[in-house]
Design a protein around this ligand. Sequence first.
Ligand code: IDP
Length: 151
Amino acid sequence: MTERSFVAIKPDGVERKLTGEIIKRIEQKGFKMVAMKFIKPSQELAEEHYGEHKEKPFYKGLVEFITSGPVVAMVWEGKDVIATIRKMVGVTDPLKSDPGTIRGDFGISIGRNIIHASDKLESAKKEISLWFSQDELVEYTPTLDKWIYEN
Ligand code: IDP
């Protein structure tokens, strides 16, 4: 199966009306949306999602922030989608992200960096199953794929 990535527009991205812009960038790159939902994450979901940062000083604030408002959670599919979306997102600190990236173009603070994207295959699988049930992942063949993929 083709690679999949979990992407979430955080509450700051939603409040700042960046949802359309972000989806547009990923769509226009050529990736295929497999799932999307608009939710205010529960404490439990947020703690599990950011579990690897449990011991970090910013963990509590991060969980508070991600549960503070709506999030657009998505699954995107395509060739090398995980690494490619990470490149499109930019590095964690928006001030250090290159112009042209989502964080580089729209953010300033590390704690308000607009978007989450899986960093590797293992975390993508874990995050997709945490945020979505199997029947929420939609199967279809985009007709434009023959214009996007050489073979
Ligand atoms: P990533 O989102 O670029 O993969 P991670 O290191 O996995 O970065 O950190 C998860 C999230 O935690 C970041 O996106 C950011 O919102 C937050 N974060 C990371 N480091 C800091 C920090 O030093 N202060 C405040 N928030 C941080």
